[in-house]
Design a protein around this ligand. Structure first.
Ligand SMILES: [Zn+2]
Length: 258
């Protein structure tokens, strides 16, 4: 056997061993019951598939690390006890390789199976955004929600629920949503324009009226340092004001066909 052949075989063996190690795609730990740990292992696998389905293979650093504290006190301890995260169903803490998702123990009882999955996929999207430049919260949170609801069979107006009540009453937002805090998507959802649901609807509008590719391109441009008002014309070919007017028409049509 030549040296080159030997090196080729060794490289193949190393690649196979690496593949073996990578099969551990999710790491769910914590003091929660074994049953719940196992349920979240399966949900984390799904979240990874959903996230990579939109953002591309390899977009999430593996393993997806999820921590399940058994008590709210422990959750607060693990997430630093920030006021904005106290009522969140889950929070992503740490950065880059150390980034992990901490799930609030109450979210199991408060959410439906679909809701739990959406929360986890939302947070895994944040894992995939690690290292990207800053974007306005409506774009970052809206895209995390977009990823979470992308394969849902429910109608958007059903998922948005009461967040659309003001639209149903004939009012319309005149700016992109302004999120007051970085709190979680479900438990702190408020009935104002500045909700996670409205942020999601802004992103859904871009994907619907243009394309999903354009939505991701818009995010990449803004994360790369382009201002939203400049990225919109560059990617979508309309001014920011025109995009917002289009969103208004789109929102009105959504509630008209409920
Ligand atoms: Zn979020």
């Amino acid at each position: 056997m030549s040296g080159a052949q030997r090196r080729a075989i060794l490289a193949m063996v190393a690649a196979l061993m690496l593949t073996g190690c990578q099969s551990q795609q999710v790491a769910v730990t914590g003091t929660a019951d074994r049953d719940r740990i196992e349920a979240y292992e399966a949900m984390s696998e799904t979240a990874l598939v959903e996230t990579e389905g939109l953002w591309g293979d390899g977009s999430v650093q593996l393993p997806v690390s999820v921590v399940l504290p058994a008590t709210p006190e422990e959750f607060e301890e693990l997430t630093g006890g920030a006021a904005s995260s106290r009522d969140a169903p889950a929070v992503t803490v740490g950065a880059m390789a150390k980034a992990h998702v901490v799930v609030h123990p109450d979210s199991w009882d408060l959410l439906t199976a679909e809701g739990r999955q959406a929360v986890l996929t939302h947070e895994v999207t944040h894992l995939s955004m690690q290292g990207d430049g800053p974007v306005p919260p409506w774009l970052g949170e809206g895209l995390a929600e977009y990823t979470a609801h992308r394969s849902s069979a429910l109608a958007p107006a059903t998922i948005a629920g009461s967040a659309l009540d003001r639209v149903r009453a004939g009012e319309l937002p005149t700016t992109w949503p302004t999120l007051a805090s970085q709190a979680g998507p479900v438990r702190s959802r408020t009935n104002t324009w500045g909700s996670y649901a409205m942020s999601w609807l802004a992103c859904l509008y871009v994907a619907d009226a243009w394309s999903e590719r354009d939505l991701l391109e818009l995010y990449e441009q803004v994360a790369g340092g382009t201002r939203v008002e400049d990225a919109i014309p560059a990617v979508l070919g309309v001014s920011e004001a025109e995009a917002i007017s289009g969103w208004q028409v789109w929102l009105r049509a959504m509630v008209a066909t409920e």
